[in-house]
Design a protein around this ligand. Sequence first.
Ligand SMILES: Cc1cc2nc3c(=O)[nH]c(=O)nc-3n(C[C@H](O)[C@H](O)[C@H](O)COP(=O)(O)O)c2cc1C
Length: 163
Amino acid sequence: MFIFQAAAPGTSIIRRDLGAEPLPQTEALYAVALASPATLAAPPMGSLNLSEALIREVEAADVIVIGTPMHNLTIPSVLKAWIDQILRVGRTMKSTPSGKVGMLRDRPVYIGVASGGFFTGERANQPDFLTPYLSLALSSIGLKTQQFLTLQGPPHWIGARHR
Ligand SMILES: Cc1cc2nc3c(=O)[nH]c(=O)nc-3n(C[C@H](O)[C@H](O)[C@H](O)COP(=O)(O)O)c2cc1C
């Protein structure tokens, strides 16, 4: 983050700490709002407010940086709650017979992944459901320019951490 500000003084940063301030899980009204073309056209009052605010944050960004741990082989639930709000048919992606088509302008997304064990390389001791899932979720709304950086292994591996 600070590198961006050093490289481009005046850059403004919106920081969303999903661990410190978790988003609510999607609720029934939100599911209803997404359920049919009719409700998409006239969603239940207020049901999409949070989703809309989060999508606008993404739309306003030139660069997106995501830092996440691996939890039980995939993303933590707090990050999944964010994804559930920003992947929206009719708003950030189209559902077509050949699959989802992203509606957002592409921009660079840097994703840092920390894990207590290893999921790539010679020491890999677990499958990786995080990077394929997160990559597909982001590209499905149009965010296709992605760079994953990993910090794998327990703290005593520092210095020999797999990058
Ligand atoms: C609930 C929970 C589940 C976790 N699941 C995994 C896992 O499946 N694989 C893994 O490598 N690390 C797992 N970890 C370890 C975290 O990824 C690791 O603690 C986190 O990336 C922070 O890294 P650090 O402790 O080295 O700072 C888990 C941690 C927690 C709290």
